[in-house]
Structures are given as structure tokens and as C-alpha cells.
Design a binder for this molecule. Structure first.
Ligand SMILES: [Zn+2]
Length: 164
């Protein structure tokens, strides 16, 4: 378990969400495993060779995996660390995604979460998030909770018990 999840409180939440970097570091932490970190290199989808992480500031997590044989064989295999993860295709930043996940886990309502996120976005000079975006994330998180519940019926109290 991630050390910051021990005795988790609203104040811990504030620490994790303090900056885009702190939110990103939290998501990349191996104990969270929501997105692979730089050391969890996948195999090249084109040639099967080992890949390596290279920095790319335009990417949400600051890096991308490229084929280690790029210069030897001119293989142009590339993998974005978010590929096949919860974060794939996300158009909002790590802070907002994590805030939505925390709000969902803490059973906050969609309308309340939407207002809170938009007040916070306004403070950070970001444009308002649509209610559709919040609803989409909550639906997605409910689907995940349902799958988790169906695999761990004892832990969560049985199939059909939703977080929200
Ligand atoms: Zn390759």
C-alpha cells in the first residue's frame, strides 16, 4: 500500500493533490500501479525488444517508452505509459483525475464533486469542467468498483454493492 494511504484523511488528500507533480508522482508510485513508472518497461509492440523510457515534456507523465533498438534497427516502436490504463485518453490533468477518484471513493455526490472541482479549477485559472465529464468518470469508476466487487465479494460485501 502507498504510505500516504495509511490513515488517509482529507488532509492527506490535500497533500497529494497539492500540485500536478505531486498528483503525478502519486499515480506513478509502484504501490498505486495505475500507470507504469519509468522502470516498468514494456516489450516493443513491433519487434519484441526491451523498451526504454525517454523524457517528453508534452506527455502527461513526462515520458514515453521507445524501442531500445531504435538506432540499431530503426524500429520505431513507441508506447505511451497510459496505454491500456485508466488514464488512457484522459483530457484532464492528474490533479483533477485523482480528485474525482477520491471524491468517488469518499462517496461524494456527483453534483457536489462537480461544484468542488470547478471552484478549484477556477482558482487554478482552468476552464470549467462539464458535468458530462464528471458523470463519465463516475460511471467508469462504478464499472471498476463492480468488477472489483465481483472478484472480491468478501472484501467489499458482495456483488452489487457499489461504492456509491
Ligand atoms: Zn522495436
Amino acid at each position: 500500500m502507498h504510505p500516504q494511504l495509511h490513515n488517509f484523511s482529507l488532509m492527506t488528500w490535500g497533500e497529494i493533490l497539492a500540485t500536478e507533480e505531486s498528483a503525478r508522482d502519486f499515480l506513478l508510485h509502484p504501490a498505486i500501479n495505475l500507470v507504469p513508472d519509468r522502470d516498468q518497461t514494456p516489450d516493443c509492440p513491433q519487434c519484441g525488444s526491451q523498451m526504454k523510457a525517454i523524457s517528453n515534456k508534452n506527455k502527461k507523465f513526462g515520458f514515453i517508452f521507445v524501442c531500445s533498438q531504435k538506432y540499431k534497427t530503426k524500429c520505431n516502436g513507441k508506447v505511451c505509459p497510459t496505454q491500456g490504463t485508466f488514464m488512457e485518453g484522459a483530457k484532464i490533468g492528474c490533479q483533477d483525475i485523482l480528485a474525482i477518484i477520491f471524491a468517488f471513493v469518499l462517496r461524494m455526490g456527483i453534483v457536489f464533486t462537480h461544484r468542488q472541482i470547478n471552484q478549484w479549477r477556477s482558482k487554478r485559472n482552468l476552464k470549467s469542467m462539464s458535468s458530462e465529464t464528471i458523470v463519465d468518470y463516475f460511471c467508469y469508476l462504478r464499472e471498476i468498483a463492480e468488477v472489483v466487487a465481483s472478484h472480491n465479494s468478501k472484501k467489499l460485501g458482495g456483488f452489487g454493492n457499489y461504492y456509491y
